[in-house]
Design a protein around this ligand. Sequence first.
Ligand code: NAD
Length: 264
Amino acid sequence: MNIRLDGKKAVVTGSTRGIGFAIAKGLALAGAEVVLNGRSEAAVAEAKAELATLAPGATVTAVAADLSSVEGVAAFAARVPSADILVNNLGIFDPKPFLDIPDGDWERFFQTNVMSGVRMSRLYLPGMLAANWGRVVFIASGSALNIPVEMIHYGMTKTAQLAISRGLAEMTAGTGVTVNAVLPGPTRSEGVADFFGKMAAEQGVPTEQMERQFIAQHRPTSLLRRLAEVDEVANMVVYACSPQASATNGAALRVDGGVLRSIA
Ligand code: NAD
């Protein structure tokens, strides 16, 4: 299978690093015009320069906007009024015991992880339906199905994304537009590497040991028995965005390393 996305414009939210950057790279290598996004001008400019070396010749636009807010999405929309592919990747996570999570954190997680995808889908889905072709992918998580007790608020947002992506897929019936969710398991993004780095420093152990310990203690059902690499997640997303994935719609696609034990 040779995936080509020439002539398609792809927006990837939260793509200056981590899984989002890997997805942007994968889409760019398949020929798509890619719009990178992060919060600061410096971060998006740096990501754009890096992508230019990794995907030479690709058309890349960098748009700084905080997509957790109404104003941020409006500013983004003014710069990028249409897209053929939307990857709602932006997401924050922060382990915190339930009793210590204030209302403000619940609201911030909801606005960032859920409402960003709602507003971005509202922006681009009508154009995709009018063109009778489009791809929307929500980067949810295995935590959408196995709610992590160490960050219940995060799990709530990821389950909400599954409800939204399936609901939006219902709107596409009979068209060339698809809406799917991808469920990564623990993945070595910069965000996760920082997290394990800090924990390792606190406990005075090497980062690799910390990662192995985390999988063994907190994700014991993992068949992969290691963190996934960002490109392993991005490959599934690029496929879901491809013309070849036309019969996959309304699905929750797992790249969870087998953590989730259910068969279907
Ligand atoms: P990361 O922290 O490494 O990267 C997040 C990106 O989002 C960065 O580019 C950051 O600049 C950007 N960002 C943050 N807040 C923003 C905002 N308000 N507006 C615009 N951009 C913003 O994250 P990651 O680990 O790559 O995670 C990406 C997605 O994958 C998230 O939705 C996360 O929930 C999901 N996920 C990650 C894992 C994992 O183990 N890494 C597992 C399952 C799901």
